[in-house]
Write a protein that binds this ligand. Sequence first.
Ligand code: PHE
Length: 448
Amino acid sequence: MSSVRGEFSSRFGFIMAAAGSAVGLGNIWGFPTQTASNGGAAFVLVYLVLAFCLAYPALMAELVIGRHGQANAVSSLQKLSKNAFNKRFAFAVGFGGIICAGLILSFYAIVAGWMFTATLEPITKLANMPDATVWLSNQSLARDLIFTSIFVILTISIISKGVENGIEKWSKRLMPALLGILFLLIAYVLIQDGASEGLKAYLVPDFSSILDPELLVSALGQAFFSLSLGTSVMIIYGSYISRQENLVSLGAYVTLIDVFIAFVAGLLIIPAMYVAQAQGVEIFSANGQLLSEDTLVFQVLPALFDSMGDVGLFVGFAFFALMSIAALTSSISMLEAPVSYAVERFALSRLQATWVIGGLISVVSFTIIFNFSDLFGFVVSLTTQFGQPLIGMLCCVFVGWIWQRNNLLTEIKNGYPEADNSFFWKVWPWYIKFVCPVAIALVFIHSQ
Ligand code: PHE
């Protein structure tokens, strides 16, 4: 069976794909917005600690389950289960993750569609097509249906090409492009008036708010979403890693890149908000609260770009192209979770499975678009506040409580023979058994 399964062809390929999944709208939009509305630098500090001390160990649990199972999430989890009860439990966790990934994709595709429209808008302005500009800038059913479909079709066409020629190839192209655009934008924003005040708010923490429970909950939720945990995605990506690779360091790289890009995106967005403020765009209320959390990306930033004249058209184009790329490398991972299951479970070709599942997800997306005010927020909180923490926690339970410790060590030692003497092995098994499940459960209960 393993000969027909795909595999990442190189270490770099895996890192780009998994970092591509992790780096998404959550980093470039979610993280800076959360930072701005949770007191700036204090949030950044808490986020960094939680990402490395809780999200990284949980990511390792998912990666190791997948690499051991060499199969889709359901089969990989079932492979660890010795009795019928655990096998059923494994099915529920793996399948739950797959559904969660599909549901996240169904709303993510809508938001990514907005990113596409915002990328095209400056082009229509440059080309002097005012009707098109107006059509693109006003939310309408037709516009959302069209651009969501374009985004889903792009995702489908990459995933239908498989692991090496689809996921890996495109992640290797898109991730460096994303970094390039991000750095150019930062260089531009940081030389504008007002940027230094933004840097101060971003980098100098107000320690009094660090233990605020709201802040802790938001930071952990953000870290989980950002590392794509609790969706089967990292299980399936783990299953495409060869046994020669050191999983512990691969996971660390992915975490570092994810955190780094979120941090760097903050260096762009937070100073940009202050630059916009300096130019008369209203961003903060008199008591320093962020006025428009939801509209940061679609109102505040475009207002800033507008105020820059013609240069703003290029900057706006680059910014939304960056968002679109980040969304695409994440959405392909969301589609891979159900597709890999369907291919291995039913006698479907990858091409058939991709189109059938992509079609089903589009139906859910369209349903959300038609009932936007009722469904959008509901699906977002169902998946990110409920599904992801719950399933992420259960994956930790699998590794900590169901998997035999010796067998777990044997798997980690593939590609890392000296693992048993490492700091990682001294701390992690204990972490995954007690600390992660309890911490996630606490956050989960608190957020309800
Ligand atoms: N990690 C992605 C982001 O930050 C979102 C994501 C969630 C991707 C779940 C895959 C699975 O935008």
